[in-house]
Design a protein around this ligand. Structure first.
Ligand SMILES: Nc1ncnc2c1ncn2[C@@H]1O[C@H](COP(=O)(O)OP(=O)(O)OP(=O)(O)O)[C@@H](O)[C@H]1O
Ligand SMILES: [Mg+2]
Length: 256
């Protein structure tokens, strides 16, 4: 059965999408079967694999709202991607009046869970119904955080949302790791931000830090992960390190 991990932070531009794709490709390099789910109406993950969300007819919108089987909208490039389209922007409204609105994604994923080792869900920068669907469907949450003081403050709000979800909808969901991103080791401010994270969240902060490099912005222009765009580069190496850390965590969980 697949382990389902959501990538969430209501703050925009912290590398949720970059992490979902590149971790997914790095796990696939390790022989894991991976599906990424683009649950963001911006469709950045979909674009990062070379598809234009404006030209996509059937997407996660149809899966969530019209109960179309998810396999019918999955496309394959470096990994399998359940694609987004601009329609998805209407999903929150369409779901709002449905019974079981928070569980639409959890239900949709059920038939796919046996086909994959990892299902990775990219969420939009809000704590709305789409993100709630992701958190209800997941057992782990990885929270990418930009290494900046002001970015750290939003984590409390995310934690509050998670405890409400644990109480009411999904008792098993937990933060699997906080991932420092856009880390610049030359900046004292970056190092201090990681220290503050560690003081507040201890072992939840992952050992892997994703450094700032323009490679992460360049790769999506080619419709590629950094692992394909620059396979031997440092940018790819950091997501391979993250994949190892996630896999080590998984075997630790199994033996616990
Ligand atoms: N480590 C990094 N160093 C430099 N730039 C990065 C890094 N990671 C991501 N970026 C770039 O920063 C921008 C935001 O990243 P990304 O789209 O992954 O964030 P996001 O959290 O998904 O944003 P949104 O909240 O809008 O969905 C992108 O242009 C991306 O290429
Ligand atoms: Mg994104």
């Amino acid at each position: 059965m697949a382990r389902v991990i959501a990538f969430a932070n209501q703050k925009g531009g912290v590398a949720k999408t970059t992490t979902t794709l590149n971790l997914g490709v790095a796990l696939a390099e390790q022989g894991k079967r991976v599906m990424a789910v683009d649950l963001d109406p911006q469709g950045n993950l979909t674009m990062s694999q070379g598809w234009n969300p404006d030209e996509i007819e059937r997407s996660m919108f149809d899966v969530l709202v019209h109960k179309l089987p998810i396999t019918e909208i999955v496309r394959t490039s470096e990994i399998d991607v359940a694609v987004s389209s601009i329609d998805l922007a209407g999903a929150e409204l369409a779901l709002a009046s449905m019974i079981g609105r928070e569980r639409a994604l959890e239900k949709a994923l059920l038939p796919a869970l046996g086909e994959y080792d990892y299902v990775l869900i990219d969420t939009p920068p809000s704590l709305g119904l789409l993100t709630i669907n992701a958190l209800v469907a997941s057992s782990g949450v990885i929270v990418p955080v930009q290494c900046e003081y002001l970015s750290l403050r939003g984590l409390v709000q995310l934690e509050n949302t998670l405890s409400m979800i644990r109480e009411n909808l999904n008792p098993k969901v937990e933060i699997q790791g906080i991932l420092p991103t856009m880390y610049d080791k030359r900046l004292l401010h970056s190092r201090e931000a990681v220290e503050i994270l560690r003081e507040n969240f201890g072992d939840l902060v992952l050992n892997t830090k994703i450094r700032k490099t323009v490679r992460y912005a360049e790769a999506p222009v080619k419709g590629q992960s950094v692992l394909k765009y620059d396979p031997s580069g440092e940018a790819a190496g950091m997501y391979r390190d993250l994949a190892k850390e996630v896999l080590d965590g998984a075997s630790a969980r199994q033996h616990a």
